[in-house]
Design a protein around this ligand. Structure first.
Ligand SMILES: C[S@@+](CC[C@H](N)C(=O)[O-])C[C@H]1O[C@@H](n2cnc3c(N)ncnc32)[C@H](O)[C@@H]1O
Length: 239
């Protein structure tokens, strides 16, 4: 079975996500090719250019996995990711976070936390201590192909309400929603594979993006969108 077709077991999230996205998974070998493909890379560049980074910002990357996308962001961003910016990479899989940490080993402004983002707390993998995301502490959220995950959409409205508490009044959110699957020849095809229904759903990504957009606009955010293969939604609120 293709990794995109593996359903998630809600009772054993870490094991299930490790099978699907862990170091031994096919995802790890496909991730770079997919991000660098002509269908995605130019759109990613546009989306990154929308982010404004300010000295002292705290960035939370939800579902950071092995840190590849975080490193790619920084390489293609026209703005410098200053050492005064704190970056929290969050994921439910420990082994991928170890890899992410090794990418940023020399950077003391990076930390990687293992936990379920619905709890807004987890284990700082550098020292095995509990880390809690404090209220009113986050300036920027990045969530690339993670928010539509089964574990998060099941409780989506509650999750967003709790997420709002963690954000500062002025905040930015960049979300990438996958609107593709890999076909039998490993080519990018339109529509997300629904692992529960075991079929391609051409509307799921747009529906998710529309729902997210409606909620965040109601919370006072302005919105910009770009991209088809990954739908990039950027939200900004200034207070
Ligand atoms: C499709 S991968 C995307 C990884 C990376 N952001 C990228 O774009 O390559 C989704 C990631 O979200 C993580 N994830 C899913 N549900 C989660 C949850 N409830 N809490 C924390 N991480 C979660 C998975 O473990 C996985 O690493």
């Amino acid at each position: 079975m293709n990794w995109r077709q593996l359903p998630i077991d809600q009772k054993n999230l870490e094991k299930s996500y490790t099978e699907k996205y862990g170091l031994g998974s096919k995802y790890q070998t496909e991730q770079e090719r997919v991000y660098l493909s002509p269908e995605i890379y130019p759109d990613l560049k546009t989306a990154i250019s929308w982010l404004t980074l300010t000295q002292g910002d705290t960035v939370l990357d939800i579902g950071v996995n092995n840190g590849y996308e975080l490193e790619l962001f920084q390489n293609i961003s026209e703005q410098k990711w200053l050492d005064s910016i704190s970056v929290i990479g969050f994921d439910i899989i420990e082994e991928v976070l170890q890899k992410a940490w090794s990418r940023f080993e020399n950077k003391s402004n990076y930390m990687f936390v293992k936990g379920n983002i619905l709890d807004f707390k987890g284990k700082d993998i550098s020292n095995d201590t509990e880390f809690k995301i404090l209220d009113n502490s986050i300036d920027i959220i990045i969530a690339l192909t993670s928010l539509q995950s089964t574990s998060i959409i099941e409780n989506f409205e509650i999750f967003i309400e709790n997420l709002m508490i963690k954000l500062k009044d002025s905040a930015q959110i960049l979300v990438g929603t996958p609107n593709f699957h890999l076909d039998a020849n490993n080519n990018i095809g339109g529509g997300l594979f629904d692992a529960n229904e075991q079929k391609v759903d051409v509307k799921a990504a747009r529906n998710f993006s529309d729902k997210l957009t409606a909620i965040l606009i109601s919370k006072g955010f302005q919105h910009k969108q770009f991209g088809e293969t990954i739908i990039f939604d950027y939200f900004r609120r200034e207070n």
